[in-house]
Design a protein around this ligand. Structure first.
Ligand SMILES: [Ca+2]
Length: 301
């Protein structure tokens, strides 16, 4: 969870392989050259033309093949080393630009299976449960927006008590990121480029400065729509700094001033829509027009 620090290139491994290729090529070419020189000297001494027995010719061909293999191996490993260096430099450059809020990357284990809503909660759903709709732009199929954290929790409590969605709650940000990534380790669930983001998200460059009906873009690998963009999504936990410690089912600190928002929105730039980006807002604030989606524990199914 969070931004993992780029792993430096293991130069020793590459160095050993490159040297092995060089040694193989050197030994083979030395043997072939020595045989050639010996044959020339022998021919001159006997005043005859160069002659090779089938046995010696076969030996030369076999040795030459090993030499060629050594050269190819050396060339391939040199190319791989250069590629690894380039990738590390790119990753490191990108890592330096990340918000300190997302560092350090750390291991998270989630033990309790859960279902996460495939869509952001839509305005019609919110209104049918809460009898009000705080969204500034009204559309039944748009995600509800401008919801306080308290209202989002009240919605979850209401559907848990009256709609059979037992145990409904907001996701922790660990659960949110785990589900949003859907097994990926790229900037977005769909890849690293703006084009990749555009295939799954409404954000500043493609939304027309307005939210869109839920589920119009393609889902992530686990079938979740609009995890990036459209509306910010409230998470259950208080906002806090990460540490490098490995954690199990993290629920955040027991107290704080701000609750976590994830995913970016229709008005945000590409950086704020990344899987690891996180901000905190006062739970009674509706700045950034947040929405949410709901978790239901799997054991209540
Ligand atoms: Ca979203």
């Amino acid at each position: 969870m969070g931004v993992p620090e780029p792993v430096p290139v293991d130069y020793d491994v590459f160095h050993n392989k490159i040297v092995f290729g060089q040694i193989l090529a050197f030994i083979a070419s030395t043997i072939v050259l020595a045989l050639l020189v010996a044959s020339v000297i022998k021919a001159r001494k006997n005043k005859t033309r160069l002659q090779y027995s089938l046995k010696r010719l076969t030996f030369v061909i076999v040795v030459s093949s090993f030499g060629i293999l050594g050269c190819v191996y050396y060339w391939e490993k040199s190319k791989e080393l250069q590629q690894a260096q380039r990738e590390f430099n790119e990753q490191n450059l990108r890592y330096q630009k990340y918000d300190i809020n997302e560092k350090p990357g750390h291991k998270v284990r989630i033990t309790a299976p859960f279902y996460l809503g495939k869509f952001e909660v839509a305005q019609a759903q919110f209104e049918s449960v809460m009898s009000n709709n705080p969204s500034p732009i009204r559309s039944a199929t748009n995600p509800v927006e401008g919801v306080t954290w308290f209202e989002a929790v009240q919605f979850c409590t209401a559907i848990s008590e009256f709609n059979g969605c037992y145990g409904a709650r907001l996701p922790t940000e660990a659960e949110w990121e785990f589900a949003a990534r859907a097994g990926t380790n790229t900037l977005y669930c769909s890849g690293n480029s703006k084009t990749d983001l555009s295939s799954v998200a409404w954000f500043g460059d493609n939304s027309g400065s307005s939210p869109h009906p839920v589920g119009e873009k393609i889902p992530n690998n686990w079938g979740l729509y609009d995890v990036h963009g459209n509306v910010w999504e409230w998470c259950s936990n208080y906002h806090c700094k990460y540490t490098s410690d490995s954690v199990v089912d993290p629920k955040g600190p027991s107290q704080g001033d701000e609750r976590v928002l994830r995913g970016g929105s229709f008005s945000d730039d590409v950086g704020m829509c990344r899987s690891t980006f996180r901000i905190g807002n006062a739970p009674n604030a509706t700045i950034d027009a947040p929405g949410f989606r709901v978790v239901i524990p799997a054991q209540h199914e």
